[in-house]
Design a binder for this molecule. Sequence first.
Ligand code: SF4
Length: 136
Amino acid sequence: MQLRPHHLLCIQKFTGHGYDEPFTQHMTSIVSALKSHPQTEITVTQGCDDLCQRCPNNHGGTCTSLEKVAGMDAAVLQHCGLTPEETAPWHELARKARQRILDSLSGHLRQLPVGGALPAHGAWRGVRGRVYGRMV
Ligand code: SF4
């Protein structure tokens, strides 16, 4: 499976809401598959990934919010010490993202539905300002 770096966080904070019904169903199935099969090999990609497949912002393989998501991707790569095209089991990448980013968030930020709704990544605004701001 291919995943953009910041989706390592979105998947772990998914609350069952998405851009639209097809996207939400698709994300639900990915989250569920990774929960059931934590050994799934993930390749970190900087382009549209498996999660983006059903996103209304994916226009022919290009994210219409590219400027925003590219910054988040770069921040996660840097903070987690990952490189593009790196491959590792889901549980390892998820743990890195959790320990190096999510666990460092203060209590109230931890409650943010980070990527839960992936509302045009709006939920990331607070995180970007408070966390990514010091990372990128
Ligand atoms: S907004 Fe962009 S990066 Fe996020 S899921 Fe949609 S296409 Fe992918």
